[in-house]
Design a protein around this ligand. Structure first.
Ligand SMILES: [Zn+2]
Length: 184
């Protein structure tokens, strides 16, 4: 009989890693790519649909970078989505001498947050120390996890990014319009 052994199972999506103020975590990078999303904040995070976005006319947007990592809980490694600012990601990229757009799985990072208002700070700890799980490195896991976090429909099997954006944009625009009306 086949028994799944925790981290060997296939993951479709992983949840966002929350670092409470004053605490830290040790994570291993699993993604081979980074997903960069323009977002707005109205009490919660919304993806910006770009062209024709009703929020861009009156509110600021910011770029957010996501990658899949595993976190050691003291007993097991748990897969999570790590959210970073572009500035923090480029700092890590510079320190690890990664090429533009490149992410190297297996790097171990120390992730911390000083206060509730400050962003997550990342320091490289080991260049090749972490265990890499093949099932987590695919772009699908990263993409689907970001979609789930931002409450967006996932891409259908074989759907190209441009087709997915065209399908999702009208839905995002009307959701943002509702959110803006609510804000008054
Ligand atoms: Zn926008």
């Amino acid at each position: 009989m086949f028994v799944s052994h925790g981290t060997d199972q296939a993951f479709e999506t992983v949840r966002l890693l929350r670092i409470p103020a004053g605490s830290s975590a040790r994570v291993t990078v699993q993604s081979e790519t980074v997903e960069v999303v323009r977002t707005h904040w109205f009490g919660r995070q919304y993806a910006c649909p770009g062209d024709g976005c009703p929020a861009c006319e009156c509110y600021q947007s910011r770029l957010t970078c996501f990658l899949v990592v595993t976190v050691f809980t003291g007993k097991v490694w748990v897969p999570n989505l790590l959210e970073l600012t572009p500035a923090e990601l480029s700092r890590v990229r510079f320190m690890l001498e990664w090429d533009a757009g490149e992410i190297v799985p297996g790097v171990v990072l120390h992730v911390s947050r000083k206060s509730a208002r400050s962003g997550v700070r990342v320091e490289p700890q080991e260049v090749e120390g972490g265990q890499v799980l093949r099932s987590l490195s695919s772009r699908e896991v990263l993409f689907n996890s970001v979609c789930r976090l931002l409450a967006l429909p996932s891409a259908k099997e074989g759907e190209m990014p441009a087709a997915w954006q065209d399908r999702v944009r009208p839905f995002l625009v009307s959701r943002l319009q509702l959110a803006i009306e609510k804000m008054g």
